[in-house]
Design a protein around this ligand. Structure first.
Ligand code: ATP
Ligand code: LTN
Length: 348
């Protein structure tokens, strides 16, 4: 009875937010590896901010994760872990619809129709595909068509805004182009989404190689801070971050990528701009700078980890995900049926 009561509470909140015509924001992080400091700063923290002004949808794109090889048991665990981390990082389940992509069968259904309205040429221009396919041996068709599944994730819900890191901007633009093409062919059906790119923290770099993105599927994880790393590991990784030899704390991402990355991490967590962080550290040597950045990261992550431990062991998660499934199924079904009808399928 309690659960039912709560369910309708979430439902009413979401309905109310919709009624007052809030813009809708939607994003997700693939469970293709453990979530990192880059995921927190570049994505989750942005959503925590947006949940105050927009109707927010945050999901786990588990279907995307199998574009690279996954261990099924690990994948299943990670999906739930990620939901708990979303909440521990500050996503409020009463302000967000939180759900798992594969639990809603309409994503794949719409994706098929969108694939048939996407040209090989435009899909081939996706730089992430070009990069990732170079690094893999047996490249699957799924890796190639994955941006179209992403378009489906977005277009199903008429999302106005899609907060993503700079590397995903091209995929949101593809979604926009497919939507526009479809609308011109069949009449107004989809909203054209806009990417939202954070000004600071759009790209947190790997600590051991500050010219590449800190990525959760990195092979060694040496320069990657995972949200569930323990304090000792966090400090060790930051203290051994690659910098340069002139010992001047200056924010200059081109010439001093390592130092600039540390300043970006610090300023994002402290919610100040990078120039202010530079000013704060101007008389520090690199060792002291690293120590203070490590203190800030440890403070943030220990707080998240405490909340995570509470949530992962509670039965709230199932309740939140059931609610998310119920809300999103309804919306996605309506949109899919509209599309099926417009393209002339079956008896829709
Ligand atoms: P993978 O290694 O599996 O490709 P990833 O760690 O690069 O994953 P994604 O799941 O592709 O991360 O990204 C999820 C969201 O978080 C995207 O919007 C992405 O741009 C953002 N993001 C991921 N890593 C970073 C980072 N290092 N800095 C800023 N934003 C990031
Ligand atoms: N492709 C994205 C994850 C993702 C996503 C989405 C983000 C899948 N579907 C829809 C925003 C909206 C990634 O790898 N970061």
């Amino acid at each position: 009875v309690n659960i039912l009561k709560k369910k309708s509470y979430y439902y009413i909140i979401n309905k109310k937010r919709k009624c007052i015509n809030m813009k809708r924001v939607l994003t997700g992080l693939q469970p293709s590896g453990e979530l990192t400091l880059g995921s927190l700063i570049g994505s989750i923290s942005q959503m925590v901010k947006y949940q105050e002004e927009y109707e927010s949808f945050m999901f786990v794109p588990d279907m995307h994760a199998i574009t690279v090889k996954q261990d099924p048991k690990l994948l299943k665990e990670r999906i739930i872990k990620n939901v708990a981390l979303y909440i521990a990082c500050g996503l409020d389940p009463s302000k967000n619809t939180i759900y798992i992509q594969s639990e809603n069968l309409y994503h794949a259904n719409l994706s098929w129709v969108l694939e048939c309205h996407t040209y090989i040429g435009e899909a081939s221009r996706m730089t992430q595909f070009k990069d990732k396919s170079k690094k893999q041996e047996n490249v699957t068709v799924g890796l190639f068509t994955y941006p179209i599944l992403m378009a489906s994730d977005i277009l199903l819900y008429d999302a106005d805004y899609v907060p993503v890191g700079i590397d995903q901007k091209q995929h949101v633009e593809l979604a926009r182009n497919i939507a526009d093409r479809f609308n011109k062919m069949y009449g107004d059906t989809f909203k054209l989404p806009e990417p939202l790119i954070p000004e600071v923290g759009a790209k947190i770099m790997d600590l051991s190689d500050p010219t590449k993105k800190m990525s959760k599927s990195d092979a060694t994880g040496k320069g990657v801070i995972y949200l569930l790393d323990d304090e000792k590991t966090i400090r060790k990784k930051i203290m051994s971050a690659v910098t340069d030899s002139d010992n001047k704390v200056i924010y200059d991402p081109i010439n001093k990528p390592g130092i600039s990355n540390l300043l970006t991490i610090y300023s994002s967590l402290k919610k100040i701009d990078a120039k202010k962080a530079e000013e704060h550290f101007k008389d520090y040597n690199y060792g002291n700078l690293k120590k203070e950045v490590a203190d800030t990261v440890v403070e943030t992550l220990l707080d998240i980890q405490n909340k995570y431990n509470e949530i992962i062991n509670s039965d709230k998660l199932n309740e939140i995900l059931d609610n998310g499934r119920e809300i999103t199924e309804k919306i996605a079904k309506e949109k899919t049926y509209e599309v099926f009808k417009k393209v002339g399928f079956g008896r829709y």
